[in-house]
Write a protein that binds this ligand. Sequence first.
Ligand SMILES: Cc1ncc(C[n+]2csc(CCOP(=O)(O)OP(=O)(O)O)c2C)c(N)n1
Length: 579
Amino acid sequence: MNYTEALTRYTANFVDELVANGLRDIVISPGSRSTPLAVLVAEHKEINDWIVVDERSAGYFALGIAQATNRPVALVCTSGTAAANYFPAVVESYYARVPLLVLTADRPHELRDIGASQTIDQIKMYGEFVKSNFEMAPPKADKSTIHYARNRARRAIKHSLVDNPGPVHVNFPFDEPLMPDISLKDLWKRPANNHEIKIFKGKKQLDSETIEDLVQLIEENDNGLFVCGPQTDANLVNALLTLSEKLNIPLLTDPLSQLRTNPKVNRTVIGTYDSLLRSATIRKQMKPDYIIRFGAMPISKHFSFYVKEHAHVPQYVVENYNHVREPMNLESHYILADGATLCKELATHITQKNGVSSDWLEQWVQMETTAREVLWETHEHAQLTEGTATRVVLEQLKDDSHFFVANSMPVRDVDTFLIPTTKRVRLYANRGVSGIDGTLSSAIGVATTRKRVTLLIGDLSFYHDLNSLLIAKRYELPITIVLINNNGGGIFSFLPQAKEEKHFEHLFGTPLNIDFSHAVKMYEGSYTVVTDEKALVQALTESYASESFSVIEVQTDRVENVKWHRKLWDQIVTRIENE
Ligand SMILES: Cc1ncc(C[n+]2csc(CCOP(=O)(O)OP(=O)(O)O)c2C)c(N)n1
């Protein structure tokens, strides 16, 4: 058998085994060394291949597809800096716990470390930010090597999925000639009795004594608090809603917990706590007896002040596996169990509190009602602010749609303005490491589901990832981008650095002074600037009805924005304190 046939069969078996294990989407960036993978992926009938020239964007795009489909997505690129450009997305995928397979092509071993062109040390190049690394053996096509190639493929997929999902790196040594022979017979024939790795895994559950401790804690204390940070498990959403309603325990919900946008939303769901906990008086008054927290740490800084100020109150962090996210360094307890299973068990074991409404819950609900009133007060014809634009966008979201929110102020404005609703909307963000890079690419990745995605994004984040608009154009993906253009990094105006007038604008404000309409035009999207609520509603309606991607720009002022937000938060707190 010649090298071309060995290369072809070896690579085809690897690719086919990915498919046999549930992979459907592969994002390919062009290059020569990766030719065997690229061509065989393109040949496979069950793979959606997506071509993205910029590898940084490709990485984040794959991440978006994986978030939306709950399946691993593979990346294919050539050697050298191409592979290095995946780094930000790999890191995000690791911390956000999203499964990715990074398939990098490399020179054969004998051409490494001797100054060959476009060659870097790719072995373990993503360091600690991948769950596993596999350096593939050189291509051969004897029975045992084919078995090996398939086994590596299935292990790579399983590794990306078990425990906390995340990225897995597979590096391929490919020699020339690189072009596979796609005319070979039986290229896609799976070996008879192809092995399948079954993973027998159950839901992690507490033993009966430990559950009793928690049951006692909840039964004996009236002022308990459930909190849910960013997470995507629909079972946890349902189980937490049932539990909090049954026990009448307030449930503080981060916007990315998926608990504020659910048909079963109930009165225990508190969505305005970030505004409420801005008041030191409220933080002090609302001293909990205990806190049980699910998901990642909520975005709200004021929630973190609250937990810190009540550091002596027993706090419990629920995680399925270790790697507990407890950034407060408090003396928290860790509950290592499946959150949904835990909630169901607590619901069956606790009898004393069933349906007993508490003053504690009523106090939270009363504050929530007042805060919502202030947030809902609308001024239809007033000039749009970042806050009112966010509220309008949230109100206009369609049932059963996707909403992607960028880091910096957009995600914080969503925290303020997303009032719990029975509309089913799936929320997305890149909160693993909260970069402002790659947001557009990931949101466009979510749009590959062909369900419309609305993205709320600031101008620096938008600019950072402009390249990805080509993906929206090329694949005609349904995305509505609401661009909050405050000509720079608006979040910094909320920070103490804003007082340092000499350097602020130059180092932090960083105005771009560019007209985005030209960029949008270049990629053939539709572009509108809106100045009031009515115009924004109309632009959103038109965008939702259109086929192409659209950018709706809201122009704001960073200094005014800070004043506006502070006035609103003060209004909420004053109204509550005067009640
Ligand atoms: C990749 C990366 N670079 C820099 C930062 C630091 N950073 C955080 S927010 C921000 C400004 C973002 O500006 P914009 O997207 O316009 O949103 P705004 O602050 O105006 O809401 C920057 C530079 C980051 N988080 N990620």
